[in-house]
Ligand binder design. Structure first.
Ligand code: AMP
Ligand code: ZN
Length: 491
């Protein structure tokens, strides 16, 4: 039985499906206006750990994730790029799933794009309008009347006394502590993309999306709702208000919030500019498996400070686990079973499960597996590992890997994929030399680096010029400066 902290009750509670058979969970997905950063992926990785743990416990899971493919930023960026929004978002949606695959995040059962569910959102707003909880303003937008939901604030525990009736805010992410009537439906500004609906022309607000899609696929009361800690207010608070006013039923029984990935003590975020995408790190030579291991090894209820030292340590940890797995597969078998090791293996397996069941304590679960590595290596060193011992260890490793998912080595293929992407996007210069060396450079790529070096020299950026020369030399490409320009040849 898993016990998990519930933001709503403020307590650790047992998790079980309300209908006794299928656990119905909804996790807020990405806004596909750009590449995700590894802070975003910390949240998706921990939701994946939750999902995988539920499956390991033998539950059926129905997991829904939305794709926010229309919002202020998307509309603005698509207009700047001169593209229809669907074409603009397609690229980032694809990239998001490629990144999830690289991080071994399993796909939810249902993935729902906001733009394909507009009628569900319209009918939910109509249900609120019928009770005069949704109201329309002069410009044609629709707002939610917060004063009609006295329980507003119950999730984020904000003291919302003194909220002004009718004070409105029309942006999705408004300042903390300002509880105001929020937009359900936004009338189009001149030239903006809109849908023609019974509510009038416009597009949905961000919050209504999640309520409508969660209820469409999971029913009016769901078992669990997940997201990063920043979504608690206003996004999830607004989801509760809309849903519960429409249905008069509790929306989600359990709220799961993953705390931030930090950089030097501050939230990793696009707006702070202190972020790394998965691709940035792959091009620097870090492995996808180590990034996953880093993101999940600190339990979801603690913030995690990102450092390159931490990432290097996780690279070593994954290598150690893989080497151990291979060693146990191949080690000669002793005739007699080592009963002490058999008992230790079972203790580690139980400690692993207990760690996860204890509010998804991934640190405890991980420590249990490394304890198994120590014990298994010692027995193999002393030649006392029997077939029965090996089978028990391999079983425990399988259980571990059904949640951590780092044993299979796909790292080289993922890095190659990142390099192909970088080439396609003209970003190969961001790759570290040792990563680039993993593949041959084409003549065009060499010429463009040579040109970049010439320009760097002209701009008196000798450090960059030398760096390019050295990088190329490391790949066996020699440059000769002459009066007629630079010639290059392969060694
Ligand atoms: P977005 O694409 O911005 O809607 O964010 C996708 C998910 O990432 C949401 O669940 C956010 O709460 C989460 N998130 C954003 N920044 C961070 C961070 N620094 N650490 C952990 N999760 C984050
Ligand atoms: Zn959401």
């Amino acid at each position: 039985m898993i016990r998990l902290f519930n933001t709503l009750s403020g307590q650790i509670e047992p998790l079980s499906p309300a209908d006794g058979s299928t656990f119905r969970m909804y996790a807020c997905g990405p806004t596909v206006y750009d590449y995700g950063h590894i802070g975003n992926f910390r949240t998706f990785c921990h939701v994946d750990v939750l999902r995988r743990t539920l499956l390991l416990e033998g539950l059926n899971v129905r997991h829904v994730m939305n794709i926010t493919d229309v919002d202020d930023k998307i509309i603005r960026n698509a207009a700047q790029a001169g593209l229809p929004i669907s074409q603009y978002t397609q690229k980032y949606e694809r990239a998001f799933f490629e990144d999830l695959d690289a991080l071994t995040v399993a796909r939810p059962e249902i993935i729902a794009r906001a733009t394909e569910h507009i009628p569900f959102m319209v009918s939910l707003i109509q249900r609120l309008a019928a009770q005069d909880i949704a109201y329309q303003t002069e410009d044609g937008s629709w707002y939610f009347r917060i004063s009609r939901f006295p329980a507003y604030g119950k999730l984020s525990k904000k003291d919302l006394t003194g909220i002004t009736d009718g004070a409105r805010v029309d942006v999705d992410e408004y300042e903390k502590d300002s509880a105001r009537d929020f937009a359900l439906w936004k009338a189009p500004k001149p030239g903006e993309h809109f849908w023609q609906t019974e509510l009038g022309p416009g597009r949905p607000g961000w919050h209504i999306e999640c309520s409508a899609m969660a209820m469409e696929y999971l029913g009016e009361s769901i078992d669990l709702h997940a997201g990063g800690e920043d979504l608690m207010f206003p996004h999830h608070e607004n989801e509760i208000a809309q849903s519960e006013c429409a249905t008069h039923k509790p929306f989600a029984r359990h709220w799961f919030h993953v705390r931030f990935l930090l950089v030097e003590g501050r939230k990793m975020s696009k707006s702070e500019g202190n972020f790394f995408t998965l691709r940035d790190l792959l091009l620097k030579g870090y492995k996808a498996s180590a990034i996953r291991m880093l993101l999940i090894s600190v339990p979801y209820r603690q913030q995690l400070n990102f450092t390159f030292e931490g990432l290097a340590a996780e690279t070593a940890a994954v290598e150690r686990l893989r080497a151990f797995h291979q060693r146990i597969l191949a080690a000669p078998r002793a005739a007699e079973t080592n009963f002490e090791l058999l008992a230790e293996t079972e203790e580690c397996r139980i400690a692993f499960r207990t760690g996860l069941e204890n509010d998804l304590n991934t640190a405890e679960a991980r420590a249990a597996i490394f304890e198994l590595v120590r014990a298994g290596n010692a027995a193999t060193d002393s030649g006392t590992l029997s077939q029965e011992n090996a089978a028990a260890i391999l079983d425990a490793l399988r259980e571990f890997d059904s949640v951590f998912a780092v044993l299979e080595d796909r790292d080289a293929a993922i890095t190659k994929f990142a390099l192909d992407w970088a080439e396609h996007e003209g970003r190969l210069d961001q790759a570290a030399p040792e990563v680039l060396a993993q593949r041959g450079l084409t003549d065009d790529q060499i010429q463009s680096l040579v040109d970049e070096r010439t320009q760097a020299k002209r701009a008196r950026n000798f450090a960059r010029a030398d760096q390019i020369r050295n990088d190329l030399a490391a790949k066996g490409i020699l440059l000769e400066d002459s009066k007629d320009g630079v010639r290059w040849r392969r060694k």
